[in-house]
Design a protein around this ligand. Structure first.
Ligand code: KG4
Ligand code: ZN
Length: 335
């Protein structure tokens, strides 16, 4: 069953990535991060698609070389259909089509959000079905009930900003660089998280909201800097620690609620924000108390990567779930 070789391609946002999955092992996962966006403080879609065009061939070549796999050995190409930036997705989809034609091999389309979850199956140990996965990235915050590899149900999602976006936007207000999440995390480790209290949003059910928090931080900073222009400079670490504590408490309170509601204690985390130190520490403490089995993939499989696309492609390959050359990307693809 494992005797299959899949090439995975990911190009939904600002990382161009290619991965090779062969005989049950992820042999390569090459990621080219686009540095060009840093100077603009956010992803510029036009620049992203141009960079994907420049990088996709070298990235795929490097992945194949690293895996020591020849093009002729590939059984299928898995690519990200969406969600993501349309221009970026188009580069991956077009590349997959031309390679599929040249090599006469089938294509598998992959939903990026499902792939983040299936990244848990690249390495052992992996969660047992059914499990709950909280996917937290710059673009998404989603609670998903995972019943099987390809049977998933979104049970909660953000009504406005994603958690990573909240980290990035607040970091920007504080004058930190981009992407701000990791920089805010670093500052927070030096600060007092009890110093400032930011409000918890009142959202019913399992949905999230982060835009209220963002606004309250903005008002707070405006009023404090009106009194003392060096307020941010003098309190930066404490502000970061307090903001981070609130974002993490919001994330975990809904996760606890979902676990109780569905009587599930297999809990998985995916997406770039799962690198956050406070999130990891608090999650472990909560897991201990709630008797959860928790799963966090290796960091290179948490942020955007093609290994997760190859993995998802593998499960769809087993079901002969292929697409034709008329396939097109979908920026707002749902499950
Ligand atoms: O999954 P990802 O690489 O890309 C998306 O699909 O969005 O996630 C990137 C997000 C960014 O918002 C980044 O600031 C956030 O993950 N992030 C962090 C940390 N590392 C990455 N946020 C908080 N703390 C971190 N240590
Ligand atoms: Zn992602």
């Amino acid at each position: 069953m494992h005797e299959v070789t899949i090439l995975g391609i990911e190009s939904s946002c600002d990382d161009t990535s290619a991965a090779v999955y062969k005989h049950g092992k992820m042999l390569a996962n090459v990621i080219a991060t686009q540095e060009i966006h840093r100077q603009y403080g956010g992803v510029v879609p036009e620049l992203a698609s141009r960079a994907h065009q420049e990088q996709i061939i070298p990235v795929v070549d490097t992945a194949l070389k690293k895996a020591n796999v020849k093009k002729e050995e590939i059984d299928a190409i898995a690519f990200t259909k969406g969600p993501g930036l349309l221009g970026s997705l188009l580069v991956g989809v077009s590349f997959a089509k031309s390679l599929s034609m040249a090599l006469k091999i089938p294509m598998v389309e992959v939903n990026h959000m499902q792939a983040h979850i299936l990244a848990h199956f690249i390495d052992d140990p992996h969660p047992k079905f059914p499990f709950i996965c909280l996917t937290v990235s710059g673009g998404h915050t989603q609670l998903v009930l995972v019943k099987d590899y390809l049977d998933m149900e979104v049970i909660g999602s953000t009504r406005d900003d994603a958690a990573g976006e909240a980290f990035d936007k607040i970091a920007k207000m504080l004058g930190l660089g981009y992407p701000g999440g990791p920089l805010l995390d670093k500052r927070a480790q030096l600060g007092n998280a009890e110093k400032f209290d930011f409000p918890e949003p009142k959202v019913k059910g399992l949905d999230y909201s982060f835009s209220g928090l963002k606004t309250s931080v903005l008002y707070f900073l405006n009023s404090e800097t009106a009194k003392d222009p060096s307020f941010i400079e003098h309190n930066i670490n404490d502000i970061c620690a307090s903001v981070q504590k609130r974002i993490v408490s919001i994330l975990l309170s809904k996760l606890k609620k979902a676990s109780k509601q569905y009587h599930i204690n297999e809990i998985a985390i995916a997406g770039g924000v799962s690198a956050n130190s406070e999130f990891r520490n608090t999650l472990l403490a909560v897991a201990d108390k709630m008797k959860w089995n928790t799963y966090i993939p290796k960091f290179e499989y948490c942020t955007d990567n093609a290994a997760m696309i190859a993995m998802a492609g593998y499960y769809k390959y087993l079901k002969n779930d292929f697409v034709g050359l008329d396939v097109h990307p979908s920026a707002r693809l749902k499950f």
